[in-house]
Ligand binder design. Structure first.
Ligand code: SAM
Length: 239
């Protein structure tokens, strides 16, 4: 029943994006070529990143406590799945006072190339430098529904998904289930998956609870940012 309600509902953010002129006014937000076009659009001003929902500043208070336990010799591995051109990965890398080993993946080569240029510094820009000398950042192209080529099982302590599951879900429930299964597969023991979304808890929580049997699912309200309330859905691995 929960799944049926879920399939009929469109995340408010994505509904807005779909009807914005010149942005994502097409039908399938799971389509890679649509995202390639979106990520190729010029950004206003000289801002090098574009964030859905909100940026790093709004969630650093939630993220940093999850990272501070990691040993310098082996920093916690963080995967941002569907990183797009968000500043989440780059800000974690440049601002976290704790060592972090961050991987941003997206199926759009346009987004990945943009983030690699930003990281390495191109066209006279200065390369990004880490907030902690032991921190590391890289970007790779990968499909969230098949993370095998970039992520062995149990290899990440923190998995971030800001708006990606919402987009993949627009392509249908099977793809959304595959993506969530992959996220859970690559999560380490005691790892945490965080989905940031504007989808209501009465829709998202039953779905996650059904899919994440044996794991603890909780939710935190975020914001309002720009007048919109968002949610962080946390899945803690229990295996
Ligand atoms: C709503 S945007 C969010 C981008 C970024 N996380 C942010 O917060 O700004 C969704 C992102 O997911 C990516 N994406 C969609 N489906 C994907 C898939 N199957 N595998 C990997 N990335 C995907 C898109 O290219 C896009 O960058």
């Amino acid at each position: 029943m929960a799944a049926l309600r879920w399939t009929l509902r469109v995340s408010p953010m994505l509904a807005r994006a779909r009807t914005s002129p010149g942005s994502l006014a097409t039908t399938c937000l799971a389509d890679r070529y649509l995202w390639d076009r979106f990520h190729a659009q010029p950004r206003p001003g000289s801002v090098p990143t574009f964030d859905w929902f909100f940026g790093y500043e709004e969630v650093q208070g939630l993220l940093l406590p999850l990272l501070k336990e990691g040993p310098v010799s082996c920093p916690p591995r963080v995967l941002d799945v569907g990183c797009g051109t968000s500043g989440l990965c780059t800000s974690l890398y440049t601002q976290s006072p704790y060592p972090v080993d961050v991987l941003g993946v997206d199926f759009s080569p346009v987004a990945v190339a943009h983030m690699n240029r930003l990281l390495e510094g191109s066209q006279g820009q200065i390369p990004l430098s880490p907030g902690h000398p032991a921190s590391h950042l890289c970007f790779r192209q990968a499909d969230a529904q098949n993370l095998g080529p970039v992520a062995p099982s149990g290899s990440f302590q923190l998995l971030l998904d800001k708006g990606t599951w919402d987009a993949v879900a627009r392509g249908g429930l099977p793809g959304a289930r595959r993506m969530l299964s992959e996220c859970l597969r690559v999560l380490s023991k005691q790892g945490t998956l965080i989905q940031f979304s504007d989808e209501d808890p009465d829709v998202r929580l039953p779905f996650l609870e059904q899919m994440c049997c044996g794991q603890t699912v909780t939710m935190q309200e975020l914001g309002p940012f720009g007048g919109i309330t968002y949610f962080a859905y946390l899945v803690k691995c229990a295996h």
